[in-house]
Design a protein around this ligand. Structure first.
Ligand code: PEP
Length: 253
């Protein structure tokens, strides 16, 4: 895989109904005609559980990969009402799973649970998009690096398959607020995360680190010069094919 491969990941959160497949179809049509696809960037869409199987089937052999927004932390099957295991996600041919999104941490996902989710997802041959990020208070108390280091080291460990892990840095104060970090701060933070990852995995090989938080087609240009960012996790702006495609177009402008 080329080192400058970028990821554009659309996290639909709790949005989407069966006809929303049209959004993914339009994105697919765009990337089919874009020679940079697969050479310079890849697209992953994470719809809600209700659409996961139909989208995975339709996009099984297409360019876009489909992922889940979360998974349960143990068992292939169990009596946990409402839970969906990595095994079940793998069986419907989804390829990725987001773990540790701040929405789910706020709902009670502990670091212990996240460690189990990551381990179990990797065991089931899913690729993990592991989210980390400081909140507003941690940021104003200058605890960003300390928080990120703790979030990484409590969950990730050397024995895990690092090649199937992508980290997404998503400052909580930026998600859905329209606020994005200053370029110089973001650059330092992404480099710091990569350093912590190198120490955890005892490797010089760089692990992919994405940025997420209020990315849209009007601000994507600001990230272009930050070569250390390996791509973007996009929430609100990924629900419209036009916005999502414009993000990619404007990034490569
Ligand atoms: C997200 O929730 O992962 C996210 C990045 O949201 P938004 O782009 O809307 O800030």
């Amino acid at each position: 895989m080329a080192n400058n491969m970028r990821y554009f990941i659309g996290n639909w959160k709790m949005f989407g109904v069966p006809k929303s497949i049209n959004i993914v179809n339009k994105i697919n049509t765009f990337i089919k005609s874009d020679k940079k696809y697969n050479r310079k960037y890849r697209v992953i869409i994470t719809p809600p559980y209700t659409l996961l199987e139909s989208f995975s089937k339709i996009f099984k052999k297409k360019l876009i990969s489909i992922g889940s927004q979360n998974c349960y932390h143990k068992d292939n099957f169990s009596s946990n009402t409402g839970a969906v295991s990595p095994y079940m996600i793998k069986k419907i041919k989804a390829k990725y799973v987001i773990v540790g999104h701040s929405d789910n941490r706020a709902e009670g996902d502990t670091e212990d649970m996240l460690k189990k989710k990551v381990t179990f997802a990797l065991k089931n041959k899913l690729k993990v998009i592991f989210c980390i990020g400081e909140n507003k208070k941690e940021r104003s108390n200058k605890l960003t690096f300390k928080t990120l280091k703790k979030q990484l080291s409590k969950v990730l460990e050397k024995k895990l398959n690092k090649d199937n892990i992508i980290v997404a840095y998503e400052p909580i104060w930026s998600i859905g607020t329209g606020k994005i970090p200053k370029s110089s701060d973001l650059s330092k933070t992404i480099k710091f995360i990569k350093k912590v990852l190198s120490n955890i995995f005892k490797t010089k090989k760089s692990i992919k680190v994405l940025y997420g938080g209020s990315v849209d087609s009007s601000n994507i240009g600001q990230f272009r010069s930050l070569q250390e960012i390996d791509g973007f996790l996009i929430g609100g702006a990924s629900k419209s094919s036009k916005n999502f495609i414009d993000i990619i177009k404007n990034y490569y402008r």
